[in-house]
Write a protein that binds this ligand. Structure first.
Ligand SMILES: O=C(O)C(=O)C[C@]1(C(=O)O)C=C[C@@H](O)C=C1
Length: 366
């Protein structure tokens, strides 16, 4: 075989080489799976209630692979392949069960698959509260809920659910959101008089809709997947939804990527009972209640500046009880076990009327 580009190649020889390599890859993947099974035995020997899913280790594996990769495959592509290999290995140790904000075909399901891989068992829930309840009750191991969109801002319902919940955060996943205009096979573009979607998606595609379908009725529904389900059986209707919903309901794309901002993305949280050890590139989320007095916000923020802790998000929510006068949701870089972060948290605790650490977890890798 020649290394010279454009040299004539022998197709049979190349396919024989691919067969050989596939044999080696197969052997290595199974050797890896065997190691994972042995890891499970070690975990069980140490603790009968062992937790098999280890977010910090998964983040380290994926980051290492991306750093090692020399192409020609793109690093993200390679990480996605390893994501699936680890998902299958974890399923051999113990299949992980995940509840997500449904119905089937939502972006949250896409986020759950991106984070846990195809070997996880994922179950759709009708509402964010239900995802929290299923995880709290132990019916599933983890939950996946949306928390903020780059165009539309925060998902208040998710933030509020943390106030009264015993659950914490064990991971995050960021998804690029691409919306398409979808129709059933009998609907023509010039006949679309009604468009269904989730209110957030309407907001994310507002300029495109004003320009292309100014006269179509916009009907808000509970999810993009529900919008896709409705148009499957309706003439003259279209839905705004993503790839998963298009595939699930076998719809045609009249227009692709119609979101107004090309960087439109949504951040999802993985919720659970687990305290996640440090992985090296971590984030911490806290809820802080401050007394209703002048300078409260300054008092809260000043230690972050002094300890040089990088805040990535600050949200304020109205209090729902007397104690929680002002409630702030804060995300920052670092892990609660780092001395610098521990010192910061001690100071914030002294200044606040309440502090709840929701968790430290790996920054989203993919
Ligand atoms: O290292 C572990 O603890 C494992 O269980 C192995 C492994 C892997 O396949 O690499 C599988 C599942 C865990 O979530 C993390 C990593």
């Amino acid at each position: 075989m020649s290394d010279t580009p454009n040299a004539p190649v022998d197709l049979d020889a190349l396919r024989r080489r691919i067969d050989e390599l596939d044999g080696e890859i197969l052997k290595l993947i199974n050797e890896r799976a065997d190691c994972a099974q042995r890891v499970a035995h070690v975990k069980l020997a140490e603790d009968a209630d062992a937790v098999f899913y280890r977010p910090e280790r998964e983040a380290q594996v994926l980051r290492r692979i991306m750093a090692l990769n020399q192409g020609p495959l793109d690093s993200e592509e390679v990480a996605r392949l390893f994501r699936e290999i680890m998902s299958a290995c974890l399923a051999l140790e113990q299949p992980v069960k995940v509840a997500y904000l449904g119905p089937e075909g939502t972006f949250t399901q896409q986020a759950a698959l991106k984070h846990f891989g195809e070997s996880a068992v994922s179950l759709p829930m009708a509402a964010i509260d239900e995802v929290f309840r299923e995880v709290e009750a132990g019916a599933v191991n983890y939950g996946v809920v949306p928390v903020e969109n780059s165009t539309e801002g925060v998902v208040n319902h998710t933030l509020d659910s943390f106030i009264d919940s015993s659950l914490g955060i064990c991971g995050e996943v960021v998804l690029r959101i691409h919306h398409h205009l979808l129709v059933g096979e009998t609907t023509r573009r010039d006949k679309v008089s009604r468009i269904y979607s989730h209110p957030q998606s309407f907001a994310q595609c507002r300029k495109w809709l004003d320009a292309h379908f100014p006269h179509a009725e916009r009907v808000p529904v509970s999810s993009n997947a529900e919008a896709a389900r409705l148009v499957k059986t309706e003439w003259h209707s279209a839905a705004i939804a993503g790839d998963m919903a298009a595939k699930l309901y076998d719809l045609t794309r009249l227009a692709e990527k119609i979101e107004d901002r090309p960087d439109n993305s949504t951040r999802f949280l993985i919720i659970g009972h687990q305290d996640v050890p440090m992985c090296g590139e971590d984030k911490t989320s806290i809820i802080v209640a401050m007394r209703n007095q002048p300078g409260a916000l300054h008092d809260l923020l000043e230690p972050f500046h002094r300890h040089q802790v990088d805040m990535t998000r600050l949200e304020t929510r109205p209090s729902r009880s007397g104690v929680w006068n002002y409630v702030f949701f804060i995300d920052f870089k670092g892990h609660r076990d780092e001395p610098r972060v521990a010192a910061l948290l001690d100071e914030v605790r002294l200044r606040a009327s309440e502090l709840k650490v929701l968790g430290s977890y790996p920054q989203g890798v993919l």
